[in-house]
Design a binder for this molecule. Structure first.
Ligand code: SF4
Length: 434
């Protein structure tokens, strides 16, 4: 690896690291400084609206996954199970409840503030409701709910959008005004949304760079880093634009040099397989899993997980000229709010657009929102695209459900299957030519 590549790699990674550290430090100081916060979810988050009131977002899923990557989730889950939460409950929830019971110390080791507000944006996963019911029992603070209608018929209608806007105007904004002591400022919100759209343009360019061969990025393992600023606390900020500008410059340079993705095990040397992946990552064994793909020369060119906090590669952008309508449309379009046929269409399109050799599902034990219907999706994608589908199982943040040997076996058999399909196709072509 050249010195130039190192410098370029470090720019976006370092920017992201310092953005996150800075955010957690702000949260740690917030109670002392009188700054308010809202606990809220990644899908359907209203980051720009919160920031327009100077309210800091706290995202429990992000705390859970960051804790898992630091080997802290096992203990928190054990604490929650001792409190009576069953084995089947989403492990993000248990990791979060356990953390709050053990002093609410966040992943960086700093104490997180108690919530000033619980802002429940409900986008398709029923667990969101139950999770915040539990947090309401833990904390003495107000709760605002934004009900986002599920796209059951595969369409986001105008009446759905207007219903969300009405809730924003009549319920959510008044509560944000009360918590923050500030009045709603639509001009400020629009300024933030204009910055979001800039960052989103760059983000989509990064995702779509995986159409190149070799792909300069990994759209799943690498993708979880690329989504971080836009999916968490930074939409609407200059810092997010700066991050995506740096990242896009690095990706362009990799394309220019014909390089594959950077992985923790080193640069991907040869792109042997291009895959589309469905399902959330396994955070407790994130690097082990990535290494298994690296060893096989398998690059993930597109994933559905990178759409969980918003689908932008279909052209959606936050629109400063229609602030609340645009926030409503954003919420409606999150992946968790899409029905199975819409998810299937998205995956089939990715297989085609990214010229993938196969499609893999990481079925996560405790996430019903993702796992329900995945086998149906698998069969449908195989039929529609002709590429082989595969399936392995793990969990989000509970290390008890990751068996490295099993996953490795599954993946090895899967790659053999992809190879067999390839040679069969090559034989067919040769036969046709002869
Ligand atoms: S069940 Fe899945 S989508 Fe729902 S909160 Fe848990 S991880 Fe998120």
């Amino acid at each position: 690896m050249t010195a130039t590549t190192n410098v370029q790699k470090d720019t976006s990674m370092d920017l992201q690291k310092s953005m996150l550290a800075d955010h957690y430090a702000k949260l740690a100081r917030s109670e002392k400084e009188g700054v308010k916060n809202a606990y809220t979810f990644v899908p359907g988050n209203l980051t720009e609206l919160l920031l327009s009131f100077d309210i800091l977002p706290v995202l429990p899923e992000i705390n859970a996954l960051q804790n898992a990557m630091r080997n802290k989730s096992r203990g928190y889950i054990a604490t929650a199970e001792k409190l009576g939460h069953s084995e089947d409950v989403c492990t993000y929830v248990k990791a979060d409840i356990g953390m709050s019971r053990e002093g609410n110390v966040g992943p960086t080791g700093e104490r997180l503030p108690d919530p000033s507000l619980l802002l429940l944006s409900y986008t398709g996963c029923f667990t969101f409701l139950k999770w915040f019911e539990l947090l309401k029992q833990e904390y003495d603070c107000p709760l605002a709910m934004l009900h986002v209608p599920y796209q059951g018929d595969g369409k986001a209608t105008t009446s759905m959008r207007d219903y969300i806007v009405r809730q924003l105007r009549e319920k959510v904004i008044p509560q944000l005004e009360e918590v923050s002591g500030k009045s709603y400022d639509e001009d400020r919100l629009s300024e933030l949304l204009a910055r979001s759209a800039k960052a989103e343009d760059l983000f989509v360019k990064v995702l779509e760079s995986a159409k190149h061969k070799p792909s300069p990025i990994d759209g799943y393992f690498g993708g979880v880093y690329y989504i971080s600023p836009i999916f968490t606390a930074f939409r609407g900020t200059d810092a997010a634009i700066e991050y995506y500008e740096a990242l896009w410059a690095e990706v362009q340079e990799r394309i220019r040099r014909g390089q594959g993705p950077i992985t923790p095990a080193g640069d991907m040397k040869e792109e042997r397989y291009r895959l589309v992946v469905e399902g959330p990552p396994c955070w407790t064994n994130f690097r082990d899993l990535w290494k298994m793909f690296y060893d096989e020369g398998a690059v993930i060119v597109a994933s559905t997980y990178t759409k969980v906090g918003g689908v932008y590669d279909d052209g959606f952008r936050h629109d400063p000229s229609r602030p609340l309508e645009s926030l409503a449309e954003y919420c409606l379009g999150c992946y968790t709010n899409l029905n199975l046929p819409a998810r299937t269409d998205m995956i089939a399109k990715y297989v085609k657009d990214y010229d993938a050799d196969g499609f893999l599902i990481n079925s996560v034990k405790s996430c019903n929102s993702f796992s329900a219907g995945q086998l149906l999706i698998l069969r449908e994608i195989e039929e529609r695209t002709g590429v082989p589908g595969g399936f392995f199982e793990s969990d989000l943040v509970d290390p008890r459900y990751f068996s490295g040997a099993n996953v490795k076996n599954r993946l090895e058999s899967y790659f053999q299957m992809v190879e067999q399909k390839r040679s069969a196709r090559a034989d067919e072509i040769a036969g046709g030519v002869a």
